[in-house]
Design a protein around this ligand. Structure first.
Ligand code: MLT
Length: 312
């Protein structure tokens, strides 16, 4: 395209549906956040946000595809902490999280919850710890693959208890939750955006939340930290990215649409019900996301490498 038609394309953006790539299965936590924001942004942008679930390898398949994606302003990507943990978990990663993307905004923070299948023998966290320690080799821990927050949380739990479980990877925690509900796996650490309805329905056993403080939506639910796993903390944060080279005017408009969605009462209500917290305005910037990502890489990298957990 010539310079004139390029700037015309940017000034009129969006003129067709926009793809938002989700790196995990439909119906799961990341997908719920993407579709909730997408529905609101569809209204404000006047074009449909189409969610594309691109699965595999704990989110790294999607990240690699977006890094190589068309920077025409019609591909965006939502990912969580996995963007920061993948470089330590994978010996070979085809992309650099800090260099190979455009950085649009953060969005919401989500707590995690520790669950077991409904008929699991332990009835509280003290019993759970004793049972897991005594039976570690028999325990099946579900997760969404290396790079998933369910995997990160499970890794920290095993480290804290000094045990090793059998990890059973799925392509998202939506199928992992189905396996837990079906009794095919024993435990799962997963985000409130998916687990609150199951906890309320009593279809799983619930032992605590992974935040340092109790959460507003379930004030009676104890933290793992207060129950003895000192300083145990996993908070899931989200970033929205685009392929490197996506024009700045489009990134700015997308940033505006995200900010508008996070103020939409329907979005606020749904996020609040699911335990997700809308981040402060200071995190809703390109620079804010990039420097946060850098700090998260610095935080998790050494701890993960020390755990000796790698994929080739
Ligand atoms: C999902 O959407 O399935 C989750 O975010 C996966 C995970 O990271 O545990």
């Amino acid at each position: 395209l010539g310079a004139a038609s390029l700037s015309f394309a940017q000034a009129n953006w969006p003129t067709k549906p926009i793809t938002l790539v989700v790196p995990f299965a439909a119906g799961g936590p990341t997908d719920v956040v993407a579709r909730t924001l997408g529905a609101s942004m569809t209204k404000s942008l006047g074009q449909t946000i189409v969610v594309e679930n691109k699965l595999g390898a704990g989110g790294t398949v999607a990240a690699a595809a977006v890094a190589r994606g068309n920077p025409d302003g019609y591909t965006f990507f939502i990912h969580h902490n996995g963007m920061a943990t993948a470089p330590a978990l994978y010996r070979k990663l085809s992309y650099d999280p800090l260099k190979d993307f455009e950085y649009v905004s953060q969005a919401v923070d989500v707590p995690m919850t520790l669950l077991a299948r409904k008929d699991f023998p332990a009835n509280n966290f003290q019993e759970l710890q004793a049972y897991l320690k005594a039976n570690a080799s028999k325990i099946n821990l579900a997760n969404a693959g290396l790079g998933a927050v369910s995997q990160l949380c499970g890794l920290m739990l095993q480290h804290a208890l000094g045990v090793k479980f059998t990890e059973v990877p799925f392509q998202g925690t939506a199928p992992a939750m189905n396996a837990l509900l079906g009794g095919q796996v024993d435990i799962l650490c997963d985000q409130t955006t998916q687990t609150i309805p199951q906890i309320k329905a009593g279809s799983v056993k619930f032992y605590g939340v992974t935040t340092k403080n109790r959460i507003k939506v379930m004030p009676d639910a104890p933290t793992l930290h207060e129950q003895g796993l000192k300083d145990f903390e996993v908070v899931v944060w989200h970033g929205i990215y685009a392929p490197k080279g996506t024009p700045k005017p489009i990134l700015d408009k997308m940033n505006g649409a995200i900010r508008a969605a996070l103020k939409d009462p329907a979005v606020v209500q749904k996020m609040t019900e699911l335990g997700a917290e809308i981040v402060p305005d200071s995190k809703l910037t390109s620079e804010g996301l990039h420097s946060w990502l850098q700090s998260e890489i610095n935080k998790w990298g050494p701890a993960i490498k020390a755990s000796g957990k790698f994929a080739d």
